[in-house]
Design a protein around this ligand. Structure first.
Ligand SMILES: *Cc1c(COP(=O)(O)O)cnc(C)c1O
Length: 429
């Protein structure tokens, strides 16, 4: 009891992993999730929370409460449900704002991620003939790239000219600030928007958000972030770093179910700017007169003013369930565990002493979240299938990268141990 795990002399034993789990105050949270099992009923090693987070056991209850209110109240549920549907998104705001380091007025849950990204660019990408370029990171998520390219075209610009990729130095996988500074020194006065996905879905690199914002603003550009792989994983401190806007989804680290709604942040400096273009809808209109139906559009201040439609309550119930769990656990504690858990994974993978393996994710914990991207030379997708057969749910990215995300809410040190043992076996067959 209370033995410092570091004193156990062999990290590479299951006893060590068990010891770490025994001393982990967050370990009981695993019990709050449905962990997928194999045919024999044994729990799989689920390292895919960066793609679809696991289902909290309380989610069914939160959703069924809304189904019951709908069954018994019908339309009256808008005002009479236990959690009235009309202001339902407001029940999510405070906990969501905490997770992204924002003021509640700066945050709203709505739509899907890519839809929100477009809405944000309607407002924050307003190009002129002189300043119209957009910078994204080279390995940006395809949807983000399609979105910014289509915005360029929508405004009459050629993406071949208007889109600048922030690339890692030749032969490397990790982007460096020096390169972005160089781009801005050359093109700063032409750049309208820097839009970076952080944490990067492919390499696992987390970018220095404050430095990027300061650099962009120094050159007169706006700066937005896609936090699909950031929220619930790292603390983006959106207000403090001064981002102009951010978007994210809730089905990855936020465990809110397939295709669940996205989130959106608009810095308070943009809260009351009638001159901003925006695509409007009735849910962004003044709550007091929304149902009078005859009023001119009277935009709500803050992020809520970007809402379009009345939202899907069943999906929001799942988000509420998930945020309640995050609130119980406390994000700082989760992050502390996450750093240990991923550090342990890194150590074990590195000791495999297999020349085919190379972790491309940065080693500095401040430059990554929980995910490690492991490159396996000369591997193809059959390696991933073998891992799946061995009871590991991970993610494969062409040409040769396995992405694994030990999630601090429900993954254990024993999961890490089992994963590395199974990887070793697969590599040696
Ligand atoms: C997961 C992910 C998306 C997915 O977009 P949806 O609109 O939610 O389908 C987009 N961008 C990034 C960076 C992602 O990681």
């Amino acid at each position: 009891m209370n033995q410092d795990p570091i004193k156990l002399n062999n990290l590479y034993t299951s006893e060590y992993a068990q010891q770490c789990d025994a001393q982990d105050s967050l370990a009981p949270f695993r019990e709050r999730f449905h962990i997928p099992k194999d045919d024999e009923g044994e729990e799989l090693v689920y390292f895919c929370g960066n793609s679809l987070g696991l289902q909290p056991k309380i989610t069914a209850q939160y959703i069924s409460e809304e189904l019951d209110d709908w069954a018994t109240l019908g339309v009256e549920g808008h005002t009479e449900a236990k959690h009235p549907w009309m202001p339902y998104h407001e029940f999510l705001t405070e906990n969501m704002a905490k997770l992204v380091g924002a003021k509640p007025s700066e945050v709203v849950v709505m739509n899907g991620l890519t839809a929100n990204l477009h809405l944000m660019m309607v407002s924050f990408y307003q190009p002129t003939p002189e300043r119209y370029k957009i910078i994204i990171e080279k390995d940006a998520f395809p949807s983000d790239k399609y979105a910014v390219e289509s915005q360029l075209k929508f405004h009459g610009f050629d993406p071949n000219d208007g889109l600048i990729l922030w690339s890692p130095p030749h032969g490397e996988e990790i982007c460096r600030m020096e390169e972005l500074e160089k781009i801005m020194n050359e093109h700063g006065n032409e750049v309208a928007l820097i839009m970076i996905g952080t944490t990067n879905y492919y390499s696992g690199q987390h970018f220095p958000m404050k430095q990027i914002v300061d650099l962009g603003h120094h050159h007169g550009s706006l700066v937005g972030f896609d936090l699909a792989h950031g929220v619930g994983n790292i603390q983006p401190d959106l207000h403090k770093v001064g981002a102009d806007f951010a978007v994210w989804c809730t089905y990855k680290y936020l465990n809110s179910g397939p295709g669940s709604l996205g989130g959106c942040f608009v810095h308070e400096r943009h809260a009351n700017k009638p001159e901003l273009n925006r695509f409007a809808g009735w849910w962004g209109h003044n709550k007091k007169t929304r149902f009078n139906m005859r009023h001119e559009f009277d935009v709500l201040p803050g992020a809520e003013g970007w809402q379009l439609s009345n939202p899907p309550i069943l999906s929001m119930a799942a988000i509420r369930a998930s945020l309640d769990i995050f609130n119980d656990a406390g994000f700082e504690k989760l992050r502390e565990k996450s750093i240990k858990l991923t550090g342990y994974l890194e150590k074990l993978v590195n000791q495999l002493d297999n020349e085919r393996i190379n972790i491309i994710t940065p080693t500095n914990p401040n430059e990554r979240g929980c995910q490690l991207s492991i490159q396996v030379k000369d591997a193809d997708k059959s390696l991933h299938s073998q891992l799946t057969d061995a009871g590991v749910i991970s993610d494969w990215r062409e040409p040769d990268v396995i992405r694994v995300a030990p999630v601090p809410l429900y993954n254990s040190f024993m999961d890490v141990y089992k994963f590395v043992k199974r990887l070793e076996k697969v590599l040696n067959t």
